[in-house]
Design a protein around this ligand. Structure first.
Ligand code: BGC
Length: 380
């Protein structure tokens, strides 16, 4: 039995300095907020009250659903995966034609590739966006596999969607694309490659690929790992993109929950991120971040906590969780980023003028709190 299902809040040691009642009520609020915000279609909006985030991102949605799944919200998590399967199947002929074009070596423009976010009804919307990002397509398969292995359930309804996603990624993984932060389209980002690595493994474990697809996935995954390992060999830890020496907070996810690194590379990656990007318990995205002045992100503190727990630094994992909870509004909402200790405070106002104040609540922040709490043995 996993730690998260064997212990409840009332019996779990609360961890150093934690207020058990406050934490429990924040977890309940997080769960209820996500469930209330989930569309009848199963889609999970990034931020229900923030104008530009009224869409469902595969990346955010998968991590939110993972938080629900880890906290035992089986049907809501499943409704999200079923929604993913429907939006992918609805694009079957487009995906098949993209795969053919990519295999033939055509330089397919990013605008032809699959989008990163969808309306809650599964359309693509009309707003311009930094759409070509592949990580979410790996992450949803990873989350689905985690969910089914945790709670059981029939993988069969996901067969076609997993097959289509896998062949799309097998053809597209090596292309530069926007990263988790929807930036730097010209680079090959290690966090993106990590999400695809996790996705390839999940697709194979789900047992839904035919022989030829399984071989192709394994072959492409091996090539992808070679790229990641070369970067690790160069710097001793993961780096922001191929050829970079910098780190990015999103790399923590490759330590945990994706679990892609051996102990040495995992410890070195966490250390490098802590050296450059962790301040007073919170984690910055990267040093040049100017979005709303570049604050520290609760989502990243969630990944940091999971990574610390994976390294056996459990007390510090609790500290990361405490920092996350310290960013909550009096009503319990978690923001996309905390607006103190900004890296570039002079760049804050321009974003408020453009898009309004920082997104709050951000469901991904709440989903990460649910995941980290579960990882530390605390269930709602
Ligand atoms: C972040 C993305 C996120 C999106 C929706 C963007 O500002 O950079 O990582 O998927 O917001 O939450």
């Amino acid at each position: 039995m996993s730690r998260e299902t064997s212990t409840t809040m009332t019996s779990a040691p609360a961890g150093p300095g934690t207020e058990p009642d406050e934490l429990r009520s924040l977890l309940r609020h997080s769960r209820d907020l996500i469930l209330r915000s989930q569309a009848p279609s199963g889609a999970l909006p990034a931020a229900p009250t923030y104008r530009v985030y009224q869409y469902c991102w595969l990346r955010d949605g998968a991590f939110i659903a993972e938080g629900l799944s880890r906290q035992g919200e089986v049907s809501a998590a499943q409704a999200f995966y079923a929604w993913c399967a429907r939006i992918i199947e609805a694009r079957e002929s487009r995906i098949e034609s993209l795969v053919v074009r990519l295999r033939q070596g055509e330089q397919v423009p990013g605008s032809d590739m699959l989008p990163t976010r969808f309306t809650l009804d599964g359309d693509e919307g009309t707003d311009e966006w930094w759409d070509f990002q592949t990580d979410g397509y790996g992450t949803w398969m990873w989350a689905l596999q985690q969910h089914l292995s945790r709670h059981g359930g029939d993988p069969e309804p996901y067969r076609r969607a997993v097959q289509l996603t896998t062949s799309y990624l097998a053809a597209a993984w090596s292309l530069p694309c926007y990263d988790w932060w929807e930036e730097r389209q010209e680079q090959r980002h290690l966090s993106t490659l990590g999400a695809l690595d996790a996705g390839f493994t999940a697709a194979q474990q789900l047992g839904l690929l035919d022989e030829r697809q399984r071989e192709e996935a394994a072959q492409q995954q091996a090539a992808l790992r070679k790229v990641m390992n070369t970067e690790i060999a160069g710097q001793g830890h993961l780096v922001k993109w191929v050829g970079s020496t910098d780190v990015d907070g999103s790399l923590l996810a490759l330590v945990a929950p994706f679990g892609l690194l051996d102990d040495q590379a995992a410890a070195a990656t966490v250390e490098a991120v802590e050296r450059d990007l962790v301040r007073k318990g919170g984690v910055y995205r990267y040093l040049e971040d100017t979005f709303y002045g570049g604050g520290r992100w609760p989502v990243l503190a969630g990944f940091h906590g999971l990574a610390l727990d994976r390294l056996g630094r459990t007390e510090q994992a609790w500290e990361a969780m405490r920092w996350m909870t310290s960013t909550a509004t009096p009503g319990g909402d978690l923001p996309e980023q905390n607006s103190d200790l900004l890296l570039h405070p002079e760049r804050y106002d321009e974003w408020v003028e453009k898009w309004g104040t920082v997104a709050c609540p951000l469901l991904w922040s709440h989903g990460m709190l649910l995941s980290l709490a579960a990882g530390l043995g605390v269930t709602v």
